[in-house]
Write a protein that binds this ligand. Structure first.
Ligand code: NAP
Length: 338
């Protein structure tokens, strides 16, 4: 039986990946912070099927102990301060987890289990604000926030550790992927939540946004820049690409995305359309939610992943948004005891 260790198992991708690997017959270990594991999280339903190893990516000793205990064949490094917008206010912590955490892990792999195959979570945010046209593995990086800068740092270390020590580390330059498990502070989930509130007639939400105000106030959802365009897919499709990368003969970097661009307006239209409402009646703009510097349009040219990994997304943008809205309706109904 193959053994896999997932850092960031409590997160969106970690939980989908754990399900995927369990389904494939892997023994799954997860590195998680103790306080996160004992709270409800995306992988709570898997608690009796995976082995949790407590640790923090900012502690090299925790990572080495986890590797010694798990003795993994495959390692998926997903742990991250994963909110680009928040990384301005949490820049040192973001670098510590996303950048230094990665080098600590690679170093521990080198000393503990150099034959293990490692997937590292890079990000399309690395392309930043200045590129035009679809982005592939050769597109230069222009990070536009501290999150993206830390991801670029770790991405270069992947190549350096491959070349210097012969480690098998593959980077997935993943474009945005969402799901019913996205936390509420991500804009996609806020929109799904806003549509669900509108469908249920909730004018003032109990849940708060990153500015500490109700996500929906007087029947309106406050959003930042609606012209932002992204390549959005569903997380369950993307974790399959992570696994495929580690089944190849050699480690490499792969761009993964749907190749379809949508704006936040499109997302609003799909979400409110799901509950047969016009988003323009329910959404307002709040300059306080605009980032100091926006990442530009990111659109994946995933032809290498399609050709070498034989990877294709299976869930469309509309299906993904529909699943998110339905899940929010269900959540709000169960909270209100309806
Ligand atoms: P997520 O839901 O925010 O999950 C992040 C995970 O990292 C959580 O389990 C979190 O645990 C863990 N973590 C954070 N700080 C940690 C620390 N100091 N020590 C140990 N664990 C820590 O993110 P995701 O959407 O699943 O993304 C997975 C990875 O892919 C991330 O590296 C992200 O940057 C990258 N990525 C995501 C996307 C996307 O669109 N989703 C796109 C490109 C790249 P806690 O529960 O303790 O906070």
């Amino acid at each position: 039986m193959k053994r896999a260790l997932i850092t960031g198992i409590t997160g969106q991708d970690g939980s989908f990946l754990a399900e995927f690997l369990l389904e494939k017959g892997y023994e799954v270990f997860g590195l998680a912070r103790h306080e996160s594991w004992i709270r409800p999280h995306s992988a709570s339903h898997l608690a009796d099927r995976v082995t949790v190893l407590f640790g923090d990516m900012s502690e090299g000793g925790d990572i080495a102990s986890a590797l010694q205990e798990a003795r993994p064949d495959e390692i998926y490094n997903l742990a991250s301060q994963s909110r680009p917008g928040e990384s301005w206010a949490r820049a040192p912590e973001t670098l510590m987890i996303n950048g230094m955490g990665a080098i600590r892990l690679f170093d521990a792999v080198r000393h503990t289990c150099p034959k293990a195959r490692v997937y590292h979570a890079s990000s399309s945010e690395m392309f930043g604000g200045t590129c035009s046209g679809p982005q592939n593995e050769d597109t230069p990086f222009h990070p536009a926030n501290p999150y993206a800068a830390a991801k670029v740092y770790a991405h270069h270390l992947v190549r350096i550790c491959r070349d210097s020590y012969g480690l098998f580390i593959s980077s997935g330059i993943l474009f945005n992927h969402e799901s019913e498990r996205r936390p509420l502070h991500f804009v996609t989930q806020k929109i799904a939540y806003g549509a669900a509130c509108a469908a249920l007639g909730i004018s003032n939400s109990r849940d708060l946004n990153e500015l500490g105000r109700p996500i929906v106030t007087d029947g309106r959802l406050a959003l930042g820049n609606l012209d932002i365009a992204r390549d959005w897919g569903h997380a369950s499709d993307f974790v399959r690409a992570m696994w495929l990368m580690l089944q190849q003969d050699k480690a490499d970097d792969f761009v993964v995305g749907t190749g379809k661009l949508h704006t936040l307006r499109d997302l609003c239209q799909a979400a409110y359309g799901r509950v047969r409402l016009d988003w323009k009646d329910h959404v307002m703009s709040d300059p306080g939610l605009v980032r100091p510097l926006e990442t530009g349009q990111t659109l994946a040219d995933a032809s290498k992943a399609r050709k070498i990994l034989n990877w294709e997304p299976t869930i469309s943008f509309e299906e993904m948004v529909g699943k998110m809205v339905d899940a929010q309706i269900q959540r709000l109904e169960s909270c209100s005891g309806r």
